[in-house]
Design a protein around this ligand. Sequence first.
Ligand SMILES: *Cc1c(COP(=O)(O)O)cnc(C)c1O
Length: 362
Amino acid sequence: MADWKNPPRLFIPGPVEVKKDVLMQLARPTLGHRGKEYAQLHSETIDMLKKVLFTNQHVFLVTSSASGMWEAAIRNCVGFDETVLCTMCGAFSDKWADVAKKCGRKVEEMKVEWGKPTLAKDIDKKLASGKFAAVTLVYNETSTGLMNPVQEISDMLKKKYPDVLVFVDCVSAMVGLPMKFDELGWDVAFASVQKAFAIPPGLTIAAVSGRAVEKSKTVPGRGYYFDFQEFVKSNEKSQTPTTPAIPHIMAVNYQCTKLLKEGMENVWKRHKAMGDCTRAWAKDRFGLFCEEQYASNTLTTVKNTRGIVVGDVIKAVQQKHNTAFGNGYKDLKEKTFRIAHMGDITIDEVKELLGWIDAELK
Ligand SMILES: *Cc1c(COP(=O)(O)O)cnc(C)c1O
């Protein structure tokens, strides 16, 4: 019987397991969002996030899920007379193209088969036409468990198309995978906190470049809730335009303190170690859905080469151990399954879960 007060431990690719010490941060006394205490929390948190994201530009605390930033990037930075190139390699990148169209922008789609990466050379071919103002990209495609080669793509964009704005969905990548915002030359990068930040859902962190903020001044119809100009003005007072999810910001503050103490390079290495361990298991028992060089370090999509009934194994592990992992996404259901290894999940916990799955395979 489902019991929301005693839920399974989560190894699904978001929301992920949140540890007790982090949960406690959300139970602190609330602050007035126009008071000095909030301003202190806000500025401290932004300062730490700038270090975590390797940026000296803008960081916004946005009270919405990450999908809000899909819309925000488009509505703030792409004019109605401009065209955005939307790269698509899975459910989330596909959705972003849809969102851009729903915002009334001109969109050109660049699709690859699910499980295949988006490559610099293909983006290069598209952009050579000179008609694009911006490009959308997903760093880590959570539906397929694939990391796009964002370093190569960014190097190419910086060199050949310095005027094209670069928007990157980093939802299941931020703090799990290497990311230095300023060096990469990105304009908007964002993640909701229920993925590798390992905080309950309700807040999104966004890094925004100075030039994206400048561009937004010239774009009409930015709307109200996600207007970059409002976020910049409020940030100057260490505030947000509307009442933010203050408990979540307290948790971000706590998590950033831990991340900086560990050191981001070590955080990324820790995620890679969990990826290596899960991939080794997957290759031995099944197969990997993505080519290994693109297989994600924050979640593994396992190809169901043995034809097991994934739903039954998930159910059995949940019943015996009150722990949940993910079936494949949509069309990939039963053909694949997904194990998240991001945030505060430890490698020992991952190994424990893999052992339980092994027990079901016998
Ligand atoms: C989870 C996820 C999203 C959606 O984020 P929400 O916070 O649910 O809006 C978008 N993109 C990627 C890559 C994701 O993993």
